[in-house]
Design a protein around this ligand. Sequence first.
Ligand SMILES: [Zn+2]
Length: 211
Amino acid sequence: MSLREQLCEYGRRAVELGLVIGTSGNLSVREGDLVAVTPSGVALDRLTPEMCPVVDVEGYLVEGGLQPSSETPMHLAVYATTDAQAIVHTHSVFGTIVATTMTELPPVHYNALLLGGVVKVAEYATYGTPELAANVRAAMEGKKAALMANHGGVTVGATLEEAFEATRLLEWLCEVYVRGLSVGKPAILTNEQLNAVIERALNPPTFPRRL
Ligand SMILES: [Zn+2]
């Protein structure tokens, strides 16, 4: 699948799963110095590969008739400072709730480690601005995900599939936390407990074969 076909495929899935509505949300995938990105103003389930512009890492339009997503500066800022090869940004409900009410998503489940542990909420700035790009870049440091205050969430991956799965995981973690708050006080995993998970993952048990 070409990079632009991947944008169409995961764009459709993002809409199907309710991670975005209307023309919100944007995805990009990088190859070398080029980045294929979803266009501005088109719902993610209505994309065709030809609609998706290609920009270079400096932000110059290389291919495509439509304007790149308004959040392209944020994508480029993240590519410039991480080894990400793909980025997914949505306005998913539970992610946005956490981003509207908290300064970080605490690790209430050990799968949060897959995103780097605590997920930080990037300080608010107007969408599409260099300020927002800088805030996201700072919140994302050393992590695979960040939330954006009063806005949504963003995840990275080595592939678009990986970035998309990280977005699903981020939304799931936010949902568990938010729904947990309606039942009681969610317990937050300690660093010791999280380190034990890392230890366990690095040393999986082997099961002897019965002879
Ligand atoms: Zn947005």
